[in-house]
Design a binder for this molecule. Structure first.
Ligand code: ATP
Ligand code: MG
Length: 571
């Protein structure tokens, strides 16, 4: 695996073409803004598993730090005790590491800052910039006004600082019921930006927190936490998605009011992918409603799902580099992601032969007990991968759809009387198709081979129009193979008629499980996450459900590269 995090000397500019974020950093560095220091962070909320959209943010934040010889922190924004869990923290750490990034000793938690945030809140109260408000949540919303109408001031807005400090201390001490009071910043109820209309800083919530336990019964809001966390960690460039653009004035207001260091916030457009939902809330529903087998179901856009499906971290990093960053929302074709994994696996995945829907072939002129070991190339893209031996014998399996009894014009594979090549083996000719008398189904092909064609070429120069993959029946190993299609039937699963739910666009055929597949014997011992190409069928990996004696493969992608085709047509 390549080393994405090799630091460069301080302040050096990366050679790659620069996007608008790197342009800002270059400008800051030239102006000597942070003494050439670059410090970013990736700030997940531990309320779900990371997905491919998060990968974009991870690659951006950790990638920038690496390119500029800077640092990137992993910070859990854990301000919501109701929805957060240790399970999510663990999975997030696993996924960031798997993607190839390292936060070293910089693993931070917003909850570690709760005490400092509380002190800072007291400072704002003392300065007359925050107040305890007794309005209910409902009333706060009513008073806020709308985009076209100014809000109304809370009747508690002008409480003396002493009284506010006392009430705030009693909020912390647990004297009041959930939702009965809040601490709010005193900014401007007529501000055109609704985030500036006396936003809530603290809410009362008698709930245990996965890290602070029962220590707190008031919790800071995300908006009151995020900017100060960045400030404490001395983040230079706080990179976030576009929906936070109109929160930036609030973050800046807090930092100015406190008189502390202020990082620069830069917003970019989040990743959207066709045939994919990315909202954590919706992904959670798919898991809870058992529409998928779990967060790591290979059809999920989560990093755990993609990993189980056989995606490599290199492919995902390459995808993120190729899509780049922009300031306007767009939707990326999921075929680009599939193209990236295909491109990487083409270079690194060893080839193997496997038959998914076996049809028995008997070579009538082949000696009954003979077995030959034939040489097969492991990876034509990588000569260093060498060769292996594949056993050949009298009874073989080929793919059921590689034979047709009455072939249409463009079908060049096996048919009665026709000759084809078996990959790395011999030419065979089909003499007879044996059928089940009851159903008429073809159960066996009786063929003859030409011993002079060993290795796959005829000395007399005669040609065949097809080369088929095969396995030796005696030697092949049984396997279960799971084939996947998009989880949703339409490119934008979230565009549904009024009153309908996005789950109505789930693809009922997104998973096909094939039993009784046969793979070449060399794969018998392959362990979980082993990746290879089954010739002519796609890229596959061993699923963690595999056990000794029970092989399970997932198809990562087919070989058909629709993206490359589109690109070629466009050129
Ligand atoms: P929530 O609605 O729970 O806040 P979120 O998707 O914003 O969901 P976070 O855990 O807050 O999840 O995200 C961590 C970081 O990843 C944030 O900086 C966020 O901007 C970024 N991020 C999340 N989704 C995407 C996406 N689709 N594309 C790019 N970045 C994303
Ligand atoms: Mg978020």
């Amino acid at each position: 695996m390549s080393e994405p995090n090799t630091p460069r000397p301080h302040g050096r500019e990366p050679a790659a073409p620069v996007d608008f974020i790197r342009q800002i950093i270059n400008d800051d560095n030239r102006a000597g803004k942070h003494g050439g220091r670059v410090h970013t962070r990736f700030p997940p909320e531990p309320n779900g598993y990371l997905h491919i959209g998060h990968a974009k943010s991870i690659c951006l934040n950790f990638g920038i730090a690496a390119e500029y010889g800077g640092r990137c922190n992993l910070r859990f924004d854990d301000t919501n005790p109701i929805k957060e869990e240790q399970e999510y923290i663990d999975s997030i750490k696993t996924d960031v590491r798997w993607l190839g990034f390292d936060w070293e000793d910089r693993e931070f938690y917003a909850s570690d800052y709760f005490e400092q945030l509380y002190e800072w809140a007291r400072q704002l109260i003392s300065d007359g910039k925050a107040f305890v408000c007794d309005l209910t949540g409902e009333q706060v919303r009513e008073y806020r006004g709308t985009l076209t109408e100014p809000g109304k001031e809370s009747p508690h807005r002008n409480r003396p600082a002493e009284e506010n400090l006392d009430l705030f201390a009693r909020m912390r001490a647990g004297e009041f019921a959930d939702g009965s009071r809040t601490l709010r910043a005193k900014i401007d109820m007529a501000h055109p930006n609704l985030n500036m209309r006396d936003p809530v800083m603290y809410r009362i919530l008698h709930a245990g927190h996965h890290r602070t336990g029962a220590r707190w019964c008031i919790y800071p809001t995300y908006d009151w936490t995020h900017g100060q966390s960045d400030s404490m960690e001395r983040i230079t460039h706080s990179i976030c998605t576009l929906e936070f653009e109109n929160h930036r004035p609030l973050y800046d207001w807090y930092l100015r009011a406190l008189g502390v260091y202020a990082p620069r916030q830069i917003e970019f457009a989040r990743l959207n992918l066709t045939y994919t939902v990315m909202s954590k809330r919706k992904l959670l529903r798919l898991v809870q409603e058992r529409r998928v087998s779990g967060w790591d179901d290979p059809r999920m856009p989560t990093l755990g799902g993609l990993r189980r499906r056989g995606f490599t971290p290199e492919a995902i990093r390459n995808f993120c580099a190729r899509i780049g960053v922009a300031k306007t929302e767009s939707t990326i074709d999921v075929q680009l992601l599939e193209h990236c994994v295909r491109e990487h696996l083409n270079r690194v995945a060893p080839r193997a032969m496997a038959v998914l829907r076996p049809l028995k072939v008997v070579i009538t002129n082949y000696p009954d007990d003979q077995v030959e070991q034939l040489e097969a190339i492991n990876n034509p893209e990588d000569p260093a991968a060498g060769t292996r031996e594949v056993p050949f014998s009298k009874v073989l399996y080929i793919e059921r759809d590689d034979f047709m009894e009455a072939p249409p014009k463009k079908f060049f594979r096996l048919a009665p009387g026709r000759e084809v090549r078996l990959r790395y083996a011999y030419f065979i000719r089909c003499d007879e198709a044996v059928k089940d008398p009851a159903t008429g189904e073809v159960t066996e092909l009786r063929c003859t081979y030409d011993p002079a064609t060993r290795g796959g070429d005829a000395p007399d120069g005669r040609k065949v129009k097809a080369t088929l993959h095969w396995v030796s029946a005696r030697h092949a190993v049984a396997a279960e193979v799971r084939l996947y299609d998009h989880l949703f039937t339409q490119p934008d699963p979230e565009t549904v008629p009024e009153g309908q739910d996005f789950t109505t666009t789930l693809n009922p055929a997104s998973l096909e499980v094939l039993q009784g597949c046969r793979v070449e014997p060399g794969l018998a011992e392959s362990g979980p996450a082993y990746r290879c190409q089954f010739e002519r069928l796609g890229y596959f990996c061993v699923d963690p459900d595999s056990q000794p004696g029970r092989l399970v493969f997932n198809r990562t992608v087919t070989l058909k590269d629709t993206w490359a085709k589109i690109q070629k047509a466009e050129r």
